[in-house]
Every structure is written in structure tokens, then in C-alpha cells.
Ligand binder design. Sequence first.
Ligand code: NAP
Length: 314
Amino acid sequence: MKANQFGKKGWTPDRIDNLNGKTFIITGTTSGTGFEAAKILLSKGAKVVMLNRNSKKAEDIIVTLKQELGNDIDVSNIQMDLSKQASVKKAAEEVLKTIPQINALICNAAIAQVPKQTLTEDGWESQMGTNYFGNWTLQALLFPLIEKSKGRIVTVGSMGYDMGIKTINFDDLNWDKGYVPNTAYSQSKLAQIMTIYELQDRLKEAGNTDVKAYACHPGASRTNLINTSGSFMMKIMFYLMMPLTQSAEKGAYPQLMCATEENLDQEGFYGPTGRSNWVGPVGAHEIKPHAKDKAVAKRLWELSEKETGVKWNI
Ligand SMILES: NC(=O)c1ccc[n+]([C@@H]2O[C@H](COP(=O)([O-])OP(=O)(O)OC[C@H]3O[C@@H](n4cnc5c(N)ncnc54)[C@H](OP(=O)(O)O)[C@@H]3O)[C@@H](O)[C@H]2O)c1
């Protein structure tokens, strides 16, 4: 195994310099890794714009953050339901209208392990519609401002990319035949990661070095993920796995690293490097070839343009 470029302890937020004057947009900050990431960015002086579906929860989070970090922090929320294309478009429009720069867009929000096949209002299986198509549209619409700001796109994936069928089920994207919660979740997280590496290729082809794109994951972290959308059985399973997991704060480190660390290799996949990549020092680690399968990634990109009607202006 290659030595961790950040030493034995791996990457930690001590490496983040003062972030005064920098703006981070982060999705899903009402709990888990998103909350912890927002808190650390704010503690370093950044401006943080949160995109959350539940405005009341977001207001409460702002109160909590101010109690912990002081009233001077620069934090706000724009309402966005990632599962609804109309809501994503509206939120992106508001960001473009009101926020002058984006140093990094951190795509953190997601749902997981939805017990029964459910379709979004746009007609996609809920995990694919929220985790994948929601982020597709958000990233593509904010791309011009990220480019203008010479910023980054950070996608929070999952080791689930290496579970399920390990490719995209183009013939039955919604799993009308044989829906399995973890398989559908895994496909949505694989799709998110594949699109980041495909985006890198497209930026390179266009000679665009202004935007950087990163894929990472939080390992196995104690958050609300399973509680929000998982089945009763899944909740029990996650409870039993608890001793093998890490804190939500540690789970936030990979996305913080990808959003702030200078000269980080975009081709890497970042997360905990310990047991099963669930816990341990944060750094780059192996990514299996199916996540960078060029033919699948290209087909997925074209399909996404068609499905959403949203194209990237690269
Ligand atoms: N925890 C883990 O072990 C683990 C493992 C692998 C990958 N991940 C990934 O880590 C990321 C963060 O998850 P987490 O573990 O911190 O879970 P979490 O505590 O459940 O946080 C998820 C966040 O996403 C938000 N969200 C869910 N659906 C949304 C929607 N339709 N629109 C807008 N926001 C929405 C939630 O908001 P509400 O409060 O409104 O529900 C919450 O703020 C996800 O991308 C997940 O796939 C986590």
C-alpha cells in the first residue's frame, strides 16, 4: 500500500488555512457529515451557503452554529429539495443571483437504503433521482460560476460504488424488475463518482484547468443516513455495526480535504484508508476500474443530458 501523503494520521482539518473571503456551497447540512463540514469551514472563517430541503431544520442549524461559533459567522440557507428538478433549478438560480463566487460546491446530501421502489416527481427511482440526477443538475447549473471563481466540485460518494451490480443498469434504470434497496443506492453513488471522473476528462479535452473536480466518501460514519430513509431491519443492522464506525466529524474530513487542500490529485479517490475504507486516516486509496469505465461513463453522461434536459457548458 502507498504511504499516505499526509503522514500517519492522514489528512486532518489542521491543514486548512484561514478561509476568509472564500465561499463554500454545501448540500444537506442538517445532520451528519454535512453539518460537521459546514461547522469546520465556518470555524476557519469561510462563508457557507447551505442548500437544504427543510427550511425549519436549516434555521435551527444556523442557531446551533451561531451558539457554537459566535454570531459573526457568515452562514445562510437556500431551500432546495434535491429530489425535485424544479426545486434544484430554482435554488441554483437563487445562488447565481445572490452569491458572487463559489470556491467549492460540496455535493453531500443524499438518501440511502429506501426500502421500496419509490419514484420522484420527475419519474426516477428515488435514490437515482435524488443522489444522482439532482446533483447532475445542480452541478451543471452552478458550473459557470464555479468556473468564473476557479473553484471546485466535490462529490461525496460511497464505498457502495463497489457493491450492487458495479455498473449502470441502463436497461432498467428504475429497477422495475427486482428492486433491491442497497443495489439501487449503490448504483446512484457509482453514477455520482463516474460523472466526476468523466467531467475531469471533458474539462481536460476542453483545455479547462480552471475547475477541479473530486470524488470522495466518508467511510462508515455515525450519521442520520439510515434513520432517515432505511428500513427497520437496516436500522438494526447499522446499530449492530456501530462499533466498526467512526464519528460524523471524521466522516466530514474527506470532503473538506477535497474542497480545500491545494494540489490534490483529481484522479484519486479519497476517504478513510483503514479497515475496509470504513475508518482510519484520510487519504487517497484504491478505486476499482469499473468506476472509471469510459464507455459506461460516456453513455451515462449522454443519458443524463437527455433525462434532465440539462447540459454542461464546458
Ligand atoms: N454515513 C455513512 O456511513 C455514509 C457512508 C457512505 C456514504 N455516505 C454519504 O455521505 C453523505 C452524507 O450523508 P450522512 O451520512 O451525513 O447522512 P445524513 O446525516 O442523513 O445527512 C444527509 C443530509 O442530506 C439531506 N437530504 C436528504 N435528502 C435530501 C433532499 N432531497 N434534498 C436536500 N437535502 C436532502 C438531509 O436533510 P434532511 O434533514 O432534510 O433529511 C441531511 O441534511 C451522503 O452523500 C451519503 O451517501 C455516508
